[in-house]
Structure formats: structure tokens, C-alpha cells
Write a protein that binds this ligand. Structure first.
Ligand code: MD6
Ligand code: FE
Length: 217
């Protein structure tokens, strides 16, 4: 019998791995929060269902998205932006659950960014084969705050590039519970996600969920 994820990957041990001057991976940081976090994700998706958004160029994204928090990130033919209401339901995005904002704040602090107060949490759902092409996160008004990115479910290879699209990216494996935090001089680096491989996770099945917390306004 093969080992399960939980046998192979140990509990978080406080490591903070630098992937840039102001960019860090906290291995397993979110693993002990799952009892509080996972039920909030079902409730968010019930109120604002995952959907495949369209880029300004007219491509439908393979990654399915929803949001929670006062502001949610959206894209359509008119561009990328943050909205207070879910365009699909016409209602405000679901509020950010305390379990999520607390996790984001604790991870930011562990990486040396104190007083992070996210107002937006983008929830990305990847299935095998889905990918996210290299991009910069530049739709936020506040580039002084870091971004906190929580990976859940099946593993992915994160591409962490430079300040030019053509800079060769670092390949960073992200497992269930890993949290990436970056800001300051790394805040605008290009990044993306390689196509996911088929896999299965005991809590989340054959999918990867990524939570990206930002201070958008
Ligand atoms: C993802 N993440 O990991 C996609 N952006 O699924 C992002 O695009 C991202 O992880 C900015 C900062 C952290 C991220
Ligand atoms: Fe991004």
C-alpha cells in the first residue's frame, strides 16, 4: 500500500523558505487550520459559485474562480478589476470568514509583514490540466501590502519569475497547506502555475484550491 499525503508530509515546523528577497514559502503553514477553513470554502462557493471568467482578449480561463471579502477580483471583455458585487449573482461577495483572514494575517506576520489586513480573497479552483499563464498582480491600489497565497489539495508547480515576462522563472512545488507570501521589491514579479498533474488529496480529492489574499483598495 502506498503512503498517504498525511504520512509523507509532516506538520508545519516553522520553516520560512526564501524564494526572493521579500518572498517566502511557509511549508504546511495552513495544515492545522483545515477544520476551520474547509467549511468556509463550501459556504463561499454555495453563495458565489465557481465560474470560468473571460480575459479581455476573449479567452476563457481554465481555472475556475470565486471570491470572498469586501472586494473580489474579476475579468471580462472590459478588463481586470475589483468589484464589490458578484457579477453573476448581483449580490455582494460573501464576507471574508474570520478563519481565513486570521490565517492570512498569521502567515504574513510569520514572513515579516506585520498588520496585513486583506480586503479581498480570490479563490481559484484547478483541475488536472488547468494552468495559469505568467502574469503580474497589478490591479490593486496598494502595492505596499504583501500577497498571501494558500495552496490546498493536489500539488502544483508555481512559476516565480522576475520583473520582465522573459525572465526565467523559478519552479516552486506547492503542496497542500503551503503558504507563499511576497511583497516589497518582489510584489510585482511575474508568476504563474504549470498545468496540474492528475493526483488525489484525502481532503480535497482531485483538485487544487488556491486562496490569494490581497489588500486591493
Ligand atoms: C495560484 N496564484 O497559486 C495562483 N498571485 O494558484 C497567483 O496568481 C498569485 O499565488 C500573486 C501572489 C501569489 C499567488
Ligand atoms: Fe497572481
Amino acid at each position: 500500500m502506498s503512503a498517504t499525503f498525511d504520512e509523507v508530509f509532516a506538520l508545519p515546523d516553522g520553516r520560512v523558505l526564501p524564494i526572493g528577497p521579500s518572498a517566502f514559502v511557509l511549508p504546511g503553514f495552513a495544515r492545522l487550520s483545515m477544520d476551520d477553513v474547509l467549511p468556509t470554502l463550501s459556504e463561499i462557493a454555495r453563495r458565489s459559485p465557481f465560474r470560468h471568467m473571460v480575459t479581455p482578449g476573449g479567452d476563457t480561463m481554465s481555472v475556475a474562480m470565486t471570491n470572498c471579502g469586501r472586494l473580489g477580483w474579476v475579468t471580462d471583455r472590459r478588463g481586470y478589476r475589483y468589484t464589490e458585487d458578484d457579477p453573476d449573482t448581483g449580490a455582494p461577495w460573501p464576507a471574508m470568514p474570520a478563519a481565513l483572514s486570521q490565517l492570512a494575517r498569521a502567515a504574513a506576520a510569520a514572513a515579516g509583514f506585520t498588520a496585513f489586513e486583506p480586503d479581498a480573497c480570490l479563490v481559484n479552483r484547478y483541475l488536472p490540466g488547468n494552468r495559469l499563464s505568467l502574469h503580474q498582480d497589478r490591479n490593486e491600489r496598494d502595492f505596499d501590502s504583501p500577497i498571501v497565497s494558500v495552496s490546498l489539495g493536489i500539488p502544483a508547480v508555481f512559476l516565480f519569475g522576475g520583473h520582465k515576462r522573459s525572465d526565467k522563472p523559478l519552479r516552486v512545488p506547492l503542496m497542500h497547506g503551503d503558504v507563499a507570501v511576497w511583497g516589497r521589491e518582489d510584489r510585482l514579479r511575474f508568476h504563474g502555475v504549470m498545468p496540474l498533474k492528475e493526483n488525489s488529496h484525502p481532503l480535497l480529492g482531485g483538485q487544487r484550491i488556491n486562496l490569494t489574499f490581497r489588500k486591493a483598495a
